[in-house]
Ligand binder design. Structure first.
Ligand code: SF4
Length: 403
């Protein structure tokens, strides 16, 4: 995947995606030294004023996460696991701006009085981060932990589990890691992009951050753009930009596309007629889509959305840890039903069976994997409802003929 930057003012004053890993000297020349001495309350107020929301998927306000961390030797974790196979933005960020992520991690750690800092990322990312850390000998110790290349390796409780046991399997979603996370201690876990933004808010302030994006979605966002596009890109775009704008910034021609999957495999399809809506949870509420971790998968006109969706549901079914009933039985069953619809089987009940299975698995897993998978299935059935009808009659609208 190629990287580019579109708003170098924000995440990289000298350009986020440069050819070489920026060393500490060039990082400090671009941004200045990391401002030390942030304590919890002032940082919390600055983050609240900035409107910074998490960039790892859930979009939780960064200040709320910080406020929720209890007292008592907290741990802070930078999450760069990027288990979503179409996501590349965290890898790109860690390669091109590792010091910015480390600045955010150390600043958050200082603010909550952390006793331990971790950076959890893929094997591909760790050498560059290790190199950056070696330059910061006078800073607090940061432990690097390798994230396995698995879809659920970045799920919050799986991250904590990986740090404690070396196994990245989710745990009970009811447990709040802000109170009881790593080794039972209060734990703050942020995506690496969120921490990079936090480092900039700590340097330049909330108003500077809000000078890009919209009131609803301030700052910039990184997007991993793939699928039916001329080239795969990681793009930085202002918050609140429309899908059409983000596609164009990434070199794609929106008129050639039928739909875009927004938010990755736990996300939702957005059809071409909605490309001018703001790429925000509010703007795309009708489709149940939100930017999530910034994954955008483009689907060209003439390609069958149901076949693409069935492939994704099969992937999701095979990606679970098979610890819970919905993942053992429900997800494979949903994948099979979607595959039968995509194959043009003339069985009208298949659509309602897919809906039924989506309802059955929702809320039943130890983590949110079944919920995200069910959401994606519902989105596929809704956005491609004309295709569903045609397939169940043995035809395919995308292929203008038989399936
Ligand atoms: S719901 Fe699925 S992915 Fe989540 S812990 Fe249970 S088996 Fe694993």
């Amino acid at each position: 995947m190629t990287e580019m930057t579109l708003d170098p003012r924000q995440l990289g004053t000298g350009g986020l995606f440069t050819a070489a890993v920026p060393d500490l000297a060039s990082h400090e020349a671009a941004y200045g030294r990391r401002p030390s001495g942030w304590t919890r309350s002032p940082l919390l107020r600055e983050l609240e004023a900035s409107g910074l929301a998490g960039r790892g998927g859930a979009g939780f306000p960064a200040w709320r996460k910080l406020a929720a961390v209890g007292a008592g030797r907290p741990a802070v974790i930078a999450n760069g696991a990027e288990g979503e196979p179409l996501s590349r933005k965290d890898t790109a960020l860690l390669r091109q701006a590792p010091h910015l992520v480390l600045d955010g991690l150390v600043t958050a750690g200082e603010a909550v009085g952390a006793s331990e800092l971790f950076l959890y990322a893929t094997a591909e990312s760790l050498p560059g981060v290790g190199q950056a850390l070696a330059e910061r000998r006078d800073g607090p110790r940061v432990t690097l932990v390798e994230a396995p290349a698995a879809f659920i390796s970045g799920e919050a409780s799986a991250v904590v589990n990986a740090l404690e046991t070396g196994t990245a399997l989710p745990r009970d979603k009811a447990a709040r890691i802000a109170r009881s996370g790593y080794q039972g201690r209060p734990t703050l876990l942020h995506n690496v992009e969120t921490l990079a933004h936090l480092a900039l808010v700590a340097r330049y302030g909330a108003q500077w951050f809000r000078s890009a994006g919209t009131a609803d979605d301030p700052g910039t966002r990184l997007y991993s753009l793939s699928g039916d596009v001329p080239a795969e890109w990681v793009v930085e775009a202002p918050g609140g930009a429309s899908l059409r704008d983000v596609l164009r910034l990434g070199g794609a021609e929106p008129s050639s596309l039928a739909a875009v999957l927004v938010g990755g495999f736990h996300g939702a399809w957005v059809p071409a007629e909605a490309f001018d809506l703001p790429l925000t949870a509010r703007g795309l509420a009708r489709y149940g889509a939100s930017p999530g971790a910034g994954v955008l998968l483009a689907l060209a006109r003439g390609r069958c959305g149901l076949q693409a969706s069935a492939g994704i549901v099969r992937y999701l079914a095979e990606s679970s840890a098979r610890q819970c009933g919905p993942c053992m039985f429900g997800l494979p069953a949903m994948a099979t039903v979607l595959e039968r619809i995509a194959a043009g089987e003339r069985a009208p009940w298949l659509a309602s069976e897919a809906e039924r299975l989506a309802g059955l698995v929702t809320g039943r897993g130890a983590c949110h994997h079944p919920d995200g998978s069910a959401r994606f299935v519902r989105s596929s059935l809704g956005v491609f409802k004309d295709e569903v009808r045609a397939h169940l009659a043995g035809a395919c609208t995308a292929h203008h003929g038989r399936v």
